[in-house]
Ligand binder design. Structure first.
Ligand code: G3P
Length: 226
C-alpha cells in the first residue's frame, strides 16, 4: 500500500520525509489555502522536495467539464505530466475524466463518499478513486466499510483504478486499509505520528540501551565497545 502525506506545509513534509518511507504528497484547495502562498509556488516546492519519482496530487477548482479539462492541461504544463490531477466525482467531473484519461492524463477522482461514485470514476478512466473515510463516518455511515466495498468493486480484472483513501481520524482506520489491500492512503502529519507512537516501544528501546550501558559503559554502542 502506498503512503502519501496529505498536507502542503513544507516544514512538516520535510520532517516526515526525513523519517518515513513516503510515496508522495496529496493536496486539496483547503490544504493549499492553509499554506497562504501561491499554489503553483507551493506545489513546485513540494515537487522539488519529493523528487520526480514521487506522486504529487493537485486539484482543479472549476466545476464545468470544459473548464476542468483546460485547468488540468495548464496544471500539467506547470507541474509536470506526472502530476495526478484531482477531479471531483460529480457528473461534470466524470465528463472531464473521460476526456483527460483518453489523453493519458493521470487522474485522481476525489470527493468520493459512496461506492457507486468510485465505480463510475473507474469507468471514466480515473487512476485513483479517493474516498473520504472520516467524512463518511461523520455522515453516520462506516467509512472503512464503504472503502472496503469500493475495493471489492474495483478488484474487477479489467479495472486499473486503485483506491487512494483519504480523510483519516486515527491510525486504526489506516491499518484497516493496509489489511484489506487498499492501493494507497494519504495521511495528515498528525495521524502520521500516530502510525508508530507507542510508549511500550519507547520503553523497550530505552531498556535495551540501559542494559547495554550497564555492560559496556555510558554512551557505548556496538561502534566502540571493543
Ligand atoms: O483531500 C481529501 C482529504 O484531505 C480530506 O481530509 O481531514 O479534510 O476530511 P479531511
Amino acid at each position: 500500500m502506498k503512503l502519501l502525506i496529505d498536507d502542503a506545509n513544507i516544514e512538516k513534509i520535510k520532517k516526515i520525509l526525513e523519517f518515513y518511507p513516503v510515496d508522495g504528497v496529496t493536496t486539496n484547495p483547503s490544504i493549499l489555502a492553509k499554506a497562504k502562498r501561491n499554489p503553483y509556488e507551493v506545489l513546485g516546492e513540494i515537487r522539488s522536495i519529493i523528487g520526480e519519482e514521487a506522486e504529487l496530487h493537485a486539484q482543479v477548482i472549476s466545476l464545468k467539464a470544459d473548464d476542468m479539462i483546460e485547468e488540468a492541461h495548464i496544471m500539467q504544463k506547470n507541474l509536470g505530466k506526472s502530476t495526478y490531477i484531482k477531479i471531483p466525482t460529480i457528473p461534470e467531473g466524470l465528463k472531464a475524466m473521460q476526456v483527460l484519461s483518453s489523453e493519458g492524463v493521470k487522474i485522481t477522482a476525489t470527493s468520493i463518499y459512496t461506492p457507486l461514485q468510485a465505480w463510475l470514476a473507474a469507468k471514466a478512466g480515473a487512476d485513483y478513486a479517493a474516498p473520504y473515510v472520516n467524512r463518511i463516518d461523520n455522515l453516520g455511515a462506516n467509512g472503512v466499510e464503504h472503502t472496503k466495498m469500493m475495493q471489492d468493486i474495483l478488484r474487477d480484472k479489467s479495472c486499473h483504478t486503485k483506491i487512494l483513501a483519504a480523510s483519516f481520524k486515527n491510525s486504526y482506520q489506516v491499518q484497516e486499509m493496509c489489511a484489506y489491500g487498499i492501493g494507497a492512503v494519504t495521511v495528515s502529519p498528525e495521524i502520521f505520528e500516530n502510525l508508530i507512537k507507542n510508549s511500550s516501544v519507547n520503553e523497550a528501546v530505552t531498556a535495551f540501551v540501559r542494559d547495554f550501558e550497564k555492560l559496556c559503559g555510558k554512551g557505548k554502542t556496538m561502534k566502540d565497545c571493543m
